[in-house]
Design a protein around this ligand. Structure first.
Ligand SMILES: [Fe+2]
Ligand SMILES: [Fe+2]
Length: 226
């Protein structure tokens, strides 16, 4: 990898993600450690999947959430992040126009289910893996502190067992994620289904199982109390 180019990108990503946010709530669970985990996982995934352009992977991963500080609506951050990335990479002449287009397409597609270039799949999978396992649990709890953890009538959350398609239907019907942190966890569990690469599915399986087991055990423990 071209280490000075990556260093320059890393410095810019750090500056964006540690500066002010229009909506400070969007910072939670998307701090630098998230970006560093996505970066590390993306590089490992690329290697395992035989995608050889490591610098493009590094740029896409490091910059994928730089739209978050500047948006009012969370859903806009992939598109805005892609625009900021294009501007930054062009101004500093860090990649060719074709490479910049590929990197920005991947950033613009993260958090979505469409798009099928290898770089889109690698970035999406690296980002999705960070929703699973104990890291995913930690992110669910920290990002949803305003919600109750559970409701006694639904000790596994009312969304337990819902598929990714079920959640999409809920969102389309305006029902949202559900009223508790457990529903956030159940949503994150459903994201396992959206992993694209065989490698990420393999790495994600034990993480998903750990998360599932947490919900099952938690529900069993709280069921003992009136
Ligand atoms: Fe994101
Ligand atoms: Fe992310």
């Amino acid at each position: 990898m071209n280490s000075s180019r990556i260093q320059q990108i890393e410095t810019y990503a750090e500056k964006m993600l540690t500066g002010p946010f229009v909506d400070e709530a969007l910072r939670i669970a998307h701090e630098l450690p998230h970006v560093r985990r996505v970066y590390a996982n993306a590089l490992r995934l690329a290697q395992a999947e035989g995608y050889t352009h490591q610098d493009r992977v590094a740029a896409a991963a490091l910059l994928h959430d730089i739209g978050l500080p500047v948006v009012e609506k969370r859903g806009d951050h992939p598109r805005v992040g892609a625009e900021l990335t294009a501007q930054f990479l062009q101004e500093n002449e860090l990649f060719s126009p074709e490479e910049i287009a590929e990197i920005c397409e991947a950033i613009g597609h993260h958090g979505r289910l469409d798009g099928d270039t290898p770089l889109i799949h690698i970035l999406r999978d690296a980002d999705t893996l960070d929703l699973l396992g104990t890291v995913g649990l930690m992110r669910a709890f920290t990002s949803k502190t305003h919600l109750p953890v559970y409701l006694p009538e639904h000790p596994r959350g009312e969304t337990w067992g819902l598929t990714s398609a079920n959640f999409t239907q809920r969102f389309q019907a305006g029902l949202g994620m559900g009223p508790t942190i457990l529903d956030q966890i159940n949503f994150q569990l459903s994201c396992y289904e959206n992993l694209c690469t065989g490698t990420a599915k393999e790495w994600g399986r034990p993480l998903r199982d750990t998360m599932r087991q947490f919900v099952i055990q938690f529900a069993g423990e709280v069921a003992r109390y009136p």
